[in-house]
Write a protein of this length. Structure first.
Length: 357
């Protein structure tokens, strides 16, 4: 892993480079509190003309054609990069609204350097995942706003524009100097690094990862973008819909626990905090099928789980009906590692397990 301290604008403004949030990542989730804090930090850095550390940015380089822009997959730092992009889009729109254009900054330069890939008005510099994608693309001027825009992206854009439209209370020079003083610790993953291992390590502090974050990321991180999108839409979206509202991941945690009780009966889970580690052990050491088979089975189990808890919220869920006629496990003994050793599931999760045990 190659690590260096860089200004956040220099990262976002790398020429002929686009950033993509993989589909397995969280949706964009910064609210007013985080945006207000970044706004205050930016203005303070501008007033004092001092650097301000905003955190880490971690990415891996996706394979690409020679003539295409390089694409970086953002493993960590999407909330900061997305919020900076929204703030810059608001600033570019603010500059265009002025009666007299400043001679020290140009809205077009901001758009071509930080919001889009050069002169190509159809390629955004940063592409968010899932429901946030089209709204951010509209904010940076690549497309029209969707009929049902992403709430967080749209509201945060309005928040920043509101601050900039306060007349004498907003000094654009101070703001721009502050943006230029934001810096981060930037790391590029090597081919031998495990994205899932690094993702888990970096997110062990701050807002806890839910069971959904961990399982979704661990299963989808090792496949290409098109396959990630297909598997996400065909399986994971339906898993989330079946589980329903689950902000802390407790329902999915219970569902995976129940599924493991059938698929991995030799493992003993004593509390909710052990479920994900046992899940990883099952995938690495026992499971012998394909990723799609696993997702299909997990989707079916979660649909039954969700239907049961919705119809009988006070009834304890049992897995007896789902388990009828199904094999106890898809592999032999715990030590029978018959799955392909170089598969994405075993490679990425295996690296994580070896490090934490």
């Amino acid at each position: 892993m190659r690590t260096q301290q860089r200004k956040l604008l220099d990262v976002l403004g790398m020429p002929n480079v686009s950033f993509k949030i993989p589909v397995y990542q969280r949706v964009y989730s910064w609210c007013d509190a985080q945006c207000e804090e970044l706004w205050r930090d930016t203005l303070r850095a501008g007033r004092l003309n001092s650097e301000h550390f905003v955190g880490t940015v971690l990415y891996s380089v996706e394979a690409q054609d020679e003539d295409a822009a390089r694409q970086f997959d953002v493993i960590d730092g999407q909330q900061r990069m997305a919020t900076l992009t929204i703030m810059l889009a608001a600033f570019a729109d603010y500059l265009r609204s002025l009666e007299e254009t400043p001679d020290w900054i140009d809205a077009g330069v901001i758009e071509q350097t930080y919001l889009r890939v050069g002169d190509d008005i159809h390629v955004p510099k940063l592409t968010l995942a899932r429901a946030d994608c089209e709204t951010l693309a509209a904010v940076v001027g690549v497309c029209t706003m969707p009929d049902e825009p992403s709430e967080r992206v749209a509201e945060n854009y309005r928040l920043f524009r509101g601050h900039m439209e306060k007349g004498a209370d907003f000094d654009p020079k101070v703001f721009w100097r502050g943006v230029q003083n934001l810096f981060a610790i930037v790391a590029e993953l090597d081919d031998d690094d495990s994205p899932q291992l690094v993702f888990e390590s970096l997110n062990s502090k701050g807002m806890p990862l839910t069971m959904g974050d961990l399982v979704r990321n661990s299963l989808l991180v090792g496949v290409g973008h098109k396959e990630q999108a297909r598997l996400y839409h065909e399986y994971w979206e339906q898993i989330e819909a079946a589980i329903g509202d689950d902000p802390d991941g407790a329902k999915l945690n219970a569902a995976v626990h129940g599924w493991l009780a059938i698929r991995f009966p030799r493992a003993r889970i004593h509390n909710a905090g052990e479920v994900y580690d046992v899940f990883k052990s099952y995938i690495i050491d026992v499971y012998d099928g394909s990723l799609e088979d696993l997702l299909e089975e997990l989707r079916g189990f979660c649909e039954m789980f969700g239907e049961t808890i919705q119809n009988n919220p006070d009834k304890k869920f049992t897995v007896a009906d789902w388990a009828k006629g199904k094999a106890r496990t898809r592999a032999g003994s715990f030590d029978d590692l018959r799955g392909p050793a170089n598969s994405p599931l075993k490679r990425d999760l295996g690296a994580s397990r070896r490090t934490f045990t």
